[in-house]
Write a protein that binds this ligand. Structure first.
Ligand code: HEC
Ligand code: HEC
Ligand code: HEC
Ligand code: HEC
Length: 198
């Protein structure tokens, strides 16, 4: 049953022959980094998303891995490398860490921790569409080319695999508790656009 593989390989070589990169298959595959987002998403009257992110914990998640608390957490997990260099920690503390390659995509700086595209997905197609929109092309639809982040994406990192997970971190309305609660957690990092009343 090696059929599928043969087809995949031949499609890939056609792409290579045409001079396309593998990323060209998935329009949204390229990460652009938060400095690009800042250009269009930091107006006060639209919610200054970049400034808010810069002020909250996600942007400092690599720094956190250099703390004594991080060393203790790593030791407990049997991780021997310094946490800020350990794939076991970087997978949730920076954006799109590729353990096999031992690095992040080109435009992603590790020191920016968990940045915009950790939650909104790789956004090169969105940024390109945003540029068209800003230059007056009213047929451009940037909102259709970006992921609206949701609870599911949070839980790829906010789960029991986190060495600092506390099952009772959040108190719920019914008196029970939970390690993560989307509503309350979003309220802490909220960066909605006030101009768009929902
Ligand atoms: C060149 C400008 C530009 C850049 C760069 C840009 N955006 Fe946008 N983005 C827009 C515009 C314009 C809209 C508003 C579309 C609308 O209101 O319909 C938008 C909308 C959004 C939305 C809301 C979508 C929705 O469903 O309402 C998100 C989320 C978003 N951008 C995230 C990002 C992130 C993350 C980055 C960086 C990786 C980024 N944008 C880079 C122009 C840009
Ligand atoms: C790529 C992994 C990742 C994703 C995805 C992620 N987070 Fe986090 N989050 C972290 C890390 C790592 C920290 C710790 C940051 C620090 O202080 O160094 C954190 C911390 C937090 C905190 C502060 C601790 C707490 O629970 O009070 C909140 C709030 C939070 N995240 C909310 C969210 C929400 C809401 C989402 C989804 C929309 C989300 N996060 C998605 C990795 C992630
Ligand atoms: C599955 C994702 C995930 C992995 C893997 C992970 N972290 Fe975290 N880390 C988080 C999240 C999410 C938070 C926010 C607090 C929480 O909910 O645990 C966090 C917070 C922290 C904090 C801040 C403590 C606090 O309570 O706010 C430290 C220190 C830390 N992590 C160290 C590490 C170390 C060291 C490793 C590797 C051994 C690691 N983390 C691996 C997701 C992860
Ligand atoms: C930890 C996850 C997370 C990170 C990091 C994050 N966002 Fe978001 N973002 C969300 C969630 C969740 C929403 C709300 C989606 C909804 O309205 O249901 C959102 C909404 C938005 C919106 C839409 C606002 C609106 O009301 O129309 C924009 C624009 C946006 N984010 C841009 C950014 C930019 C730019 C960055 C980085 C500077 C960033 N986000 C970082 C999770 C995140």
């Amino acid at each position: 049953m090696s059929h599928g593989k043969v087809i995949l390989v031949s499609v890939f070589s056609v792409a290579l022959a045409l001079g396309m990169s593998a990323g060209a298959f998935a329009q949204d595959a390229a990460y652009v980094g938060n400095t690009q987002c800042k250009i269009c998403h930091n107006k006060k009257e639209e919610g200054e998303q970049w400034t808010k992110w810069k002020a909250e914990g996600h942007s400092k998640a690599l720094e956190t891995l250099k703390s004594d608390a991080a060393k203790a957490a790593a030791q407990k997990k049997g991780v021997t490398k310094p946490p800020a260099e350990a794939p076991e920690c970087l997978k949730c503390h920076v954006t799109a860490y590729d353990a096999a390659a031992g690095k992040c995509p080109e435009k992603i700086k590790m020191e920016d921790g968990v940045q915009c595209e950790s939650c909104h997905g790789a956004a090169s197609a969105h940024a390109a569409e945003g540029k068209k929109f800003k230059s007056g092309d009213k047929t451009a639809k940037p909102a259709e080319k970006i992921a609206k982040a949701d609870e599911k994406v949070c839980k790829t990192c906010h789960n029991e695999e986190s060495p600092t997970w506390k099952a009772d971190r959040y108190k719920l309305a019914d008196g029970s508790s939970s390690g993560f609660d989307f509503k309350q957690a979003w309220a802490k990092i909220e960066h909605s656009n006030p101009a768009k009343k929902k």
